[in-house]
Design a protein around this ligand. Structure first.
Ligand SMILES: [Zn+2]
Length: 470
């Protein structure tokens, strides 16, 4: 099978469409040969069945994945799912690969489309005689061409059959200028994709972003992100980006979750969100990779340094507490909150005098007695006439109390579930296992997972299935 060689930045689907157009191949015949099925829905930028296709056209499967699909971008931004996504794309597991790409959760499944730049298409028709689908244009969220400051056109993919004769970009004079930020993000995405196609390795993006934010002065001395400042400046740029159905943009400059989620280690976020944010942080994508080698050792030593620093502050607080300084005074010296100091004092059995004197030794004793019996925090708070925060503080600063309460809670849940099953059995002695499972569903499964021995002993014996006679 002689599939035409790829043009620069050409999508695999584009090559297949050119092939069936040029040779007038029957589609069913082609999909049977290439993917082993007569009906196959080839995803425009994350196609599956590449191993079989690569063998058929005698090409390297890794090169196809890395250079003719958007997989490298997903591998980079979703490191947790990268290996699985690649395996599924090589096998003929299109639906599963799509699931692993997380695109479904970004709600862009129903609006799958192919995008193209009218200027690129016009130029290609003139020079090559055919216009083709560019890989970079298909990046979800991109609205502009990286090479021309114009908006991309979209063609909705309504049919499940995506390998089609003649399905290639057409010439149009409708050219709409794009905003500067849209072209900048597109250019950044194009360069990043080119870099990553050469396998630049994995990135710990959360720490790369943190490192850069720290360079820009957005991290406090205590290692916290100044999210307000970040969002304000980031929105000044992101706010100019044109919203489309697949652009994952922040809602406003108080949408702090937008940034927090990107800074979570190994979190899976929409590739466009990463592109927009990293394009704001860096001038060029190469900078993202520059500090990976130095940053891993630097972050380790930073961690060590900060834990040492914390220990020094803790020791200082303990010394001041022992010298009976007031909490307000210690706060002024060390910057540590009253809550932290109170907990530290409780853990180290240092008596402290605080202004609200409701939490007396007697009250604490009462709280601990009730907490030990597994009484709910709200009930303890009501009975002792003290705030729920104080109750929680006493509980969490007593060794072993949290574990004991967890056990109490677990046992109480088990009692409730057992009683529900037993009552149902008493009311309906003839009920079979299936009916009990349906009527007491939550309790049934809780016991199945946590107390299977008891459940099996109480349930009626399962009946042997009766075979169907022909
Ligand atoms: Zn273009």
């Amino acid at each position: 099978m002689k599939v035409p060689k790829p043009f620069p930045d050409e999508l695999l689907l584009s090559r297949l469409n050119r092939y069936v157009t040029m040779y007038g191949v029957h589609i069913v015949e082609f999909t049977e040969k290439a993917f082993g099925k007569d009906r196959v829905s080839v995803h425009p930028f994350l196609p599956a069945g590449i191993e079989q296709l690569a063998a058929l056209i005698d090409e390297n499967k890794d090169r196809i994945i890395n250079e003719q699909t958007l997989a490298p971008l997903f591998f980079l931004f979703m490191p947790k799912h990268a290996a699985q996504l690649k395996r599924l794309m090589l096998a003929c597991e299109g639906a599963k690969a799509f699931r692993y790409s997380q695109l479904a959760s970004f709600s862009s499944r129903h609006t799958l489309c192919l995008k193209w730049c009218p200027v690129c298409a016009g130029k290609e028709l003139k020079e090559l005689g055919v216009a083709y689908w560019h890989r970079t244009h298909q990046i979800p969220g991109l609205t502009a061409c990286p090479f021309h400051p114009v908006l991309l056109h979209r063609m909705l993919l309504v049919s499940r059959q995506r390998v089609m004769a003649g399905c290639l970009p057409s010439h149009t004079d409708a050219v709409v200028p794009a905003a500067e930020v849209e072209v900048r993000v597109a250019r950044f995405a194009y360069e990043l994709l080119q870099l990553n196609s050469r396998d630049m390795g994995q990135l710990d993006l959360a720490s790369v972003y943190r490192h850069r934010l720290s360079e820009l002065g957005f991290i406090t001395a205590h290692g916290r992100v100044r999210r307000e400042g970040v969002m304000k400046e980031f929105m000044a740029v992101a706010g100019l980006y044109r919203p489309a159905f697949d652009t994952d943009l922040p809602r406003n400059d108080r949408d702090y979750r937008y940034i927090s989620q990107l800074l979570e280690p190994e979190s899976s976020r929409h590739p466009f969100r990463h592109l927009l944010f990293s394009c704001w942080l860096y001038n060029q994508p190469q900078d993202l990779f520059k500090r990976t080698h130095s940053s891993s050792s630097a972050s380790e030593s930073n961690k060590l340094k900060s834990s040492k620093k914390l220990r020094i502050v803790e020791l200082k607080c303990l010394a001041l507490l022992r010298e009976s300084h007031s909490l307000a005074e210690i706060y002024r010296i060390t910057g540590k909150s009253r809550c932290y100091l109170k907990r530290l004092a409780l853990l180290n059995a240092i008596p402290i005098e605080t202004k609200p004197r409701a939490l007396t030794d007697e009250c604490k004793h009462c709280i601990l007695r009730l907490a030990h019996a597994g009484v709910h925090r709200k009930a303890i708070s009501k009975r002792c006439g003290i705030g729920i925060g104080s109750v929680e503080q006493v509980i969490s600063s007593t060794h072993g109390m949290v574990d004991r309460r967890k056990l109490c809670h677990w046992e109480s849940k088990r009692r409730r579930c057992r009683v529900k099953i037993l009552r149902y059995r008493q009311s309906y002695p003839k009920a079979i296992r299936q009916q009990i499972k349906v009527q007491c569903n939550a309790e049934f499964f809780w016991l199945y997972l946590n107390d299977r021995g008891w459940l099996e002993a109480v349930l009626p014996k399962s009946k042997k299935p009766i075979g169907r006679t022909r």
